[in-house]
Design a protein around this ligand. Sequence first.
Ligand code: SF4
Length: 208
Amino acid sequence: MKKKIVYLPQPEPQTHITFRSRAGVTDDILALLHEKGRQYGVESVLPFRTDNIVLAQWVNLKCRYGCSQYNANWSCPPATPDLDQVKRMMKEYSTALLLAGSQNRNDFYKDSNRNRTDQVKYWKGTVSLERMLFLLGYDKAISLVSGACSLCRECAYPKACRFPMEKRPTVESFYIDLVGTLKHLGIETCVAMAHHETFKYYSIILLD
Ligand code: SF4
């Protein structure tokens, strides 16, 4: 009997191959993310297309001037990718999740142990959701976290990071204009003007 040869389709060179293949995020997965996120103070998880993300060079000005973490933390510039690299990376992602949390304490702006504990908890929540997504088949999942890494009381930068498995870049280090991006998503936000006002924080997980 003549043997039949089956030719399997070959991917085009440069085509992004993922386990999930741009399948988006299902309601079941969103429910899982909400459930796990709540343990870490993540109040909402919003999926959106990455073309809503606004990138701008000026964001780097805010990192360079007026922030104590510039050139002092592995999660911040100049340790993080430059704008051209970020633009190329973003083209490799189709979907993102916006994670939001809030604080309603009048000392949120102070450098206190309590604030650091909350920040670390939220940071760990973002990274643990990223890990969960990876295990669900989103092999490209990567977190952009809210605020400079506070896992150590003082960052080891420029010496080697003490927890490289947990280290992630901040949203701003990726030149993301967060307010512009929130506007694209129809989310109203404003600067907290008084101590009693709610302070919101946001992180992003990139997916494909
Ligand atoms: S884990 Fe520690 S050394 Fe590493 S980036 Fe965070 S604060 Fe810096």
